[in-house]
Design a protein around this ligand. Structure first.
Ligand code: URA
Length: 254
């Protein structure tokens, strides 16, 4: 399984480091650890083990009570390779025409792009993207991490590539940077940074994640978003080789 090595980013790096320290020296029985990793009930996990469907660190294990150190533990389930993760931290390149909720209305859910055990673990995306928006989305089952990354208090900056219907002029960029008034918001809201990429494309950095924020901000400059892609969260960039619909583990550099 491929992992993405996270650039040093305060919230994410601290969390991932803590996770590593939490499992250091800890052991679990094979039955318990498979259950914890989302492979079904204890009974189902026991049956898979007894049926010789599991290998651990390269060797077949048919003893459900055999104990293993969790740190750096790798195992296979029905031939598919996995690594033990106390908590799941992932990034996904969200494709268009997928919804970010578990119970979707018009399109498939992004969770259908993940392996079933991860969904069983109760992963959630951190801040939603609209169904027609593509790009970087973080997913986790660590409630504290989700809260810290999505809390308006922490102002994690996000960069969007915005393709507009009409050309963007200097005065528009100035307006987005000075602050625009959105309907139903009391305060004006400003982009942290706006870079013009081409006549109709800008990279806009936002500190908040309000509902349809980019589209609403662009509407205030009498323009319209034709395509929207999130290309960065904090200092984590959407990797060029992560194709739409693909996901990857987040990891700290060793
Ligand atoms: N702003 C929007 O308008 N839509 C998104 O999906 C994300 C930010």
């Amino acid at each position: 399984m491929r992992a993405f090595y996270l650039p040093y980013n305060s919230h994410m790096a601290k969390t991932l480091d803590l996770e590593r320290r939490l499992i250091s020296g800890k052991k679990l029985s094979l039955e318990k650890l498979l259950h914890k990793q989302g492979f079904g009930s204890r009974k189902l996990c026991r049956i898979m083990i007894l049926n010789e469907e599991i290998t651990v660190n390269g060797a077949l294990c048919d003893d459900p009570d055999a104990e293993f150190e969790l740190e750096n533990l790798s195992y296979t389930v029905k031939g598919e390779p996995w690594e033990y993760k106390e908590k799941s931290y992932l990034m996904m390149h969200k494709p268009a025409n997928y919804e970010c909720s578990h119970k979707t209305q018009h399109h498939p859910t992004i969770y259908s792009l993940l392996p079933h055990p991860l969904v069983e673990r109760g992963v959630q995306c951190i801040g939603r993207l609209d169904e027609d928006t593509t790009g970087l989305i973080l997913i986790s089952d660590d409630g504290q991490f989700i809260h810290r990354m999505s809390s308006p208090k922490h102002k994690v900056p996000k960069i969007y590539e915005v393709t507009c219907k009409h050309p963007i002029v200097e005065a528009n960029i100035h307006a987005l940077l000075s602050g625009v008034k959105l309907i139903d918001e009391d305060e004006t809201i400003a982009a942290l940074e706006v870079k013009q990429i081409s006549e109709r494309v800008i990279h806009m950095t936002l500190a908040e994640g309000k509902y349809h924020q980019v589209k609403r901000m662009v509407a205030t400059i009498s323009n319209r978003v034709e395509a929207l892609k999130r290309i960065q969260i904090g200092d984590l960039k959407l990797p060029d080789d992560l194709k739409a619909g693909e996901w990857r583990w987040l990891q700290l550099p060793c």
